[in-house]
Design a protein around this ligand. Structure first.
Ligand SMILES: [Zn+2]
Length: 291
């Protein structure tokens, strides 16, 4: 599942390649990727919905692209905003997606034709991805945006802000880091990497962190995420950028997927355990449970 660095990579690509371009036409199949934000659970293909979508987006130019948590926000002229969530396997692909090309690629469900002559496709093997649209104010007020915690890469995410998010929380630290209502955008891979870097056990209750640990946690969050953004994310399985390329962070991971291998700091074997249903990788020596 794409996490903050992967979505940030996509957002930066979209900013570079999409801003200023108008959507001239649109193709879509009958999967439920384009959704009405008022009826997101609806499972019947609705041609009227597609008609409305076409009316709202065709001829409009892209004016801005932003990220909020793992959501991609594409702002069009005329106060229209698209919210895209890649979910498990969704991705954008720039290229020539005319009929023949599209048929050769099984998982393309939506194609935006752009006035530069390039197409932007939305491909999704598992089909959990979604594209919602509406007035910018409607989209920015959706619960999935409003309820998000602070953005860990913004200047406003200080050590004090992090500390406030952890006060009184009994839950083990790892699921706390992964809770988007507490901090936006951190998923399983980067939570493991961050905790190893900060030398904190994933099992430690968030409320038991000493101030020195909060300090190292804050440094680790920034360091791990910014390195992952520089390397254009992690492609363990499905994630690709908008050119279909893999990110290379997986080549430099410290713990994720390295169980049985020596810790890069102390040579102790990395272990994998299941914590709250998620596989968790850590060094038992660098990250002792009772620290
Ligand atoms: Zn170690």
């Amino acid at each position: 599942m794409p996490e903050l660095p992967e979505v940030e990579t996509v957002v930066r690509d979209l900013r570079r390649k999409l801003i200023g371009q108008a959507i001239t036409d649109l193709w879509q199949d009958q999967t439920m990727i384009i959704k009405d934000w008022r009826k997101q659970r609806r499972r019947v293909f609705d041609p009227v919905l597609i008609k409305r979508f076409r009316r709202d987006v065709l001829g409009k130019r892209v004016v801005a692209v932003q990220r909020r948590g793992k959501n991609i926000l594409i702002f069009l002229e005329g106060d229209i905003c698209l919210l895209v969530h890649l979910k498990m396997t969704g991705h954008f692909l720039f290229g020539d997606w005319s009929d023949g090309q599209r048929r050769a690629e099984n998982y393309i469900h939506v194609v935006f034709n752009l006035d530069s002559g390039t197409d932007l496709a939305f491909s999704d093997v598992r089909k959990f991805g979604k594209i919602l649209w509406g007035a910018a104010s409607e989209i920015l007020n959706l619960p999935e945006i409003v309820k998000l915690g602070p953005e860990p890469m913004e200047d406003s995410f200080t050590r004090e802000v992090l500390s406030l998010r952890l006060i009184g929380v009994r839950t083990p630290l790892k699921p706390v880091l992964m809770d988007p209502k507490r901090i936006a955008g951190i998923g399983n891979i980067y939570a493991d990497e961050i905790l190893w870097r900060a030398r904190i056990s994933p099992y430690l209750s968030a409320r038991d962190l000493k101030s020195s640990q909060i300090k190292s946690l804050h440094v680790a969050i920034r360091a791990v995420l910014s390195r992952a953004i520089d390397l254009r994310g992690t492609s363990m399985r499905d994630y690709r950028d908008t050119s279909g390329e893999k990110g290379s962070y997986y080549d430099v991971v410290s713990v994720y997927g390295r169980h049985g291998k020596p810790c890069r700091r102390c040579r102790t074997q990395i272990v994998r355990e299941v914590l709250r249903g998620r596989s968790t990788h850590f060094c038992p020596r660098c990250q002792p449970r009772l620290a």
